[in-house]
Write a protein that binds this ligand. Structure first.
Ligand code: HMG
Ligand code: MG
Length: 302
């Protein structure tokens, strides 16, 4: 199938990226990142998490972050909500959208959410009902779709069940999380062969961590299957504190570079995105993980 003409990028750096930082990040640096990402043309930005501050201390200031945010018109600022308490915090903070996050592997569900998949789906159904009543869109994640840090291989059938349950409870889109980045174009294709006869490509997104360097290849497979929503993290920041060893998401710069080369519109200004990446990397005191970012910086210096 020909890839889509337009792709929607969901920028997850402020959440998935920063949740995995060892040190605490000043609120001002988070605010500057959100401003820079909006200026680069990103219109869907996962901004924070209303989870237990004990579980993920780096997201404990999400209430303050939303309160101080200089909202840019046309940008949807989203947040993770694991339960009704999280939803209440998200509503009080003025999040435009929330996300629930189930796992396709039982062990990862226990580690990440301290409950079984079935229990998590019950909680998420409550979140969906309450959010929908308030007119707040809910996005769903299915994690570990191409592998689990504890169980290894995950059968596509398990993913189908979780995706079906999340859609049925009212999530408008399900992001397929390769949480530990072990997937390959082969396993991504097999997963999509299982999912796409049952669900529409427009109901699905891909969320590829790049631990094994497979993320762009996996995204290309998804684009060729008609999926037009891609999660990415500026400068490849991130990982999951409950999946040790997993590196960040695919870098947004690398995705934008690839899409540009394929004549696929995504509305993101690559030069402005490189500035955003440079600023957050300086704030964190580390080099970018983006290959395109490094190459473009070197070419500009030459
Ligand atoms: P629990 O211990 O089973 O729940 O945790 P609990 O209800 O017993 O609460 C435990 C403590 O958390 C209590 O505080 C609650 O008040 C508090 P304490 O009495 O110990 O001081 N609490 C909360 N505080 C603030 N906001 C809340 C909230 N809920 C409870 N909403 C729970 C269950 C789900 C809360 C916990 O396990 C948790 O917060 N987990 C967070 C997991 C997480 O954020 N993981 C990273 C994001 S997922 C990810 O990265 C994957 C993804 O990127 C996709 C992919 O890559 O595949 C999305
Ligand atoms: Mg993730």
């Amino acid at each position: 199938m020909a890839p889509p003409d337009t792709v929607s990028i969901v920028e997850v750096g402020p959440r998935d990226g920063l949740q995995n930082e060892a040190g605490s990040i000043p609120l001002a640096a988070k605010l500057a990142l959100l401003d820079d990402l909006g200026a680069a043309g990103l219109t869907r930005i996962e901004t924070g998490s209303f989870v237990s501050p004990r579980a993920v201390p780096q997201m404990a200031d999400s209430d303050a972050l939303f309160a101080a945010l200089q909202r840019r018109p046309g940008v949807r600022y989203a947040a993770l909500t694991p339960n009704l308490r999280g939803l209440e915090r998200a509503i009080a903070a003025g999040a435009d959208e929330v996300a629930v996050f189930a796992a396709a592997s039982e062990s990862f569900s226990q580690r990440n959410l301290n409950c079984s998949i079935a229990q998590s789906l019950e909680r998420f159904a409550q979140v969906c009902t309450a959010a929908t009543r308030q007119g707040i869109p809910v996005r769903g994640y299915a994690s570990c779709v191409l592998g689990c840090p504890l169980e290894g291989a995950v059968a596509p059938r398990q993913v189908t069940e979780v995706v079906g349950a999340l859609l049925e409870m009212g999530c408008y889109e399900i992001s397929l999380g390769d949480t530990i980045g072990t997937g390959t174009p082969g396993s991504m294709q097999r997963l999509l062969d299982e999912l796409l006869p049952r669900f529409g490509a427009q109901q699905l997104a891909v969320h590829c961590h790049d631990t094994y360097g497979q993320a762009l290849a996996n995204i290309l497979v998804a684009l060729q299957a008609g999926i037009a929503t891609v999660d990415a993290s500026v400068s490849g920041l991130g990982g999951c504190p409950f999946a040790p060893g997993a590196t960040g998401n695919v870098a947004t710069e690398d995705v934008v570079y690839m899409l540009r080369g394929m004549d696929i519109e995504c509305g993101v200004d690559l030069d402005a995105l490189l500035l955003a990446a440079g600023n957050i990397c300086r704030a964190l005191g580390r080099p970018t993980h983006s290959r395109a970012g490094r190459a473009l910086a070197a070419a500009a210096d030459a």
